[in-house]
Ligand binder design. Structure first.
Ligand SMILES: NC(=O)c1ccc[n+]([C@@H]2O[C@H](COP(=O)([O-])OP(=O)(O)OC[C@H]3O[C@@H](n4cnc5c(N)ncnc54)[C@H](O)[C@@H]3O)[C@@H](O)[C@H]2O)c1
Length: 283
């Protein structure tokens, strides 16, 4: 464990083994999972990049390798328990231990419960939430055998600021509760569990929506610091929470949104959605 005061430049991730689910990204872009995988490898971890899209995972591995990082790709559907188990086994077979899990897979949804079909509601909850239970269920015993570990679950500010994506918001809110419960259940076994709740970062998923320049600019302006977030911003938060520098942090949700959630309806204008920032551009 080393010096508890810690060298701020030593993340304590050298030689550790990490799994990043959803670690691929569309095309050449940098999604949240791809960024986390590259940054974990940069910090000296050996990274299993797992994704439904094997070619995308391989692309992430190639990007990590270009920098001298050690990573391997793995095809997985995290909604299938036997595939989650095989993914954990692949990390153990290759590197003999498991220390870090970034539960990053997530898909969006649209509409209220009135508009949503039960089928699509269940699909969103299965992919976003149940998958984290299935992966954690197999990763935790492997981490315990390795002497402990850190899990980072990816939620969203949509959990705190719902905006008409109700299945998505519900799944992300439940991820925050799951994080807290896992932290309590497995803390005594040396496992820390935290959550990152990203705001409107510009990732390949968002690019694929085909946002107009104007809509992209509105998303940027939702930040109180006028900065457009990227996958790297989310990835850096994951690395910190996974690192030894966060050894006394567990059960927490780190909001990474450039301050988007600091703003509420403007009380000076009777609660109208007016003022310097267009709230429709959030998330
Ligand atoms: N981009 C944002 O603005 C934003 C904001 C808040 C939260 N998030 C969250 O961040 C996470 C990553 O988002 P992103 O923008 O990088 O998206 P992304 O679509 O680029 O990445 C998600 C990856 O998950 C993979 N995937 C999907 N279903 C899978 C399954 N069943 N099994 C294995 N892999 C699967 C996809 O192939 C893809 O590579 C998600 O949980 C998302 O909800 C993103």
């Amino acid at each position: 464990m080393g010096d508890p005061a810690g060298d701020p430049f030593d993340l304590g991730l050298e030689g550790k083994v990490a799994i990043v689910t959803g670690g691929g990204s569309r095309g050449e872009g940098i999604g949240n999972g791809r960024a986390a995988a590259i940054l974990l490898a940069r910090a000296g971890a050996r990274v299993l990049v797992a994704d439904l899209d094997l070619a995308a995972a391989e692309q992430t591995v190639a990007l990590a390798a270009e920098e001298g990082g050690e990573a391997a790709a793995c095809s997985v559907d995290v909604t299938q328990e036997e595939q989650c188990e095989a993914m954990v086994r692949a990390a153990l077979d290759r590197w003999g231990r498991l220390d870090v899990l970034d539960n990053n897979v997530g898909i969006g949804s649209q509409g209220s419960v009135v508009e949503e079909t039960r089928e699509s509601w269940e699909r969103v909850l299965t992919i976003n939430l149940t998958s984290m239970m299935l992966v954690s269920r197999h990763a935790i015993p492997a981490m315990v055998k390795s002497g402990g570990g850190a899990i980072v679950n990816i939620a969203s500010i949509a959990a705190m600021r719902p905006r008409g994506l109700t299945a998505y918001s519900t799944s992300k809110g439940a991820i925050i509760s799951l994080t807290r419960a896992l932290a309590v259940d497995h803390g005594p076994s040396g496992i820390r569990v935290n959550c990152v709740a990203p705001g409107p970062a510009y990732t390949p998923m968002v690019e694929a929506w085909g946002l107009s320049d104007e809509a992209r600019e509105r998303r940027r302006k939702a930040s109180v610091i006028d900065i457009e977030g990227t996958g790297w911003d989310v990835g850096n938060a994951v690395v910190f929470l996974a690192s030894e520098r966060a050894r006394w942090i567990t059960g927490q949700t780190l909001v990474v949104d450039g301050g988007v959630t600091l703003l509420a309806r403007d009380r000076r204008t009777s609660g109208e959605l007016e003022g310097p920032i267009d709230r429709a551009a959030q998330g």
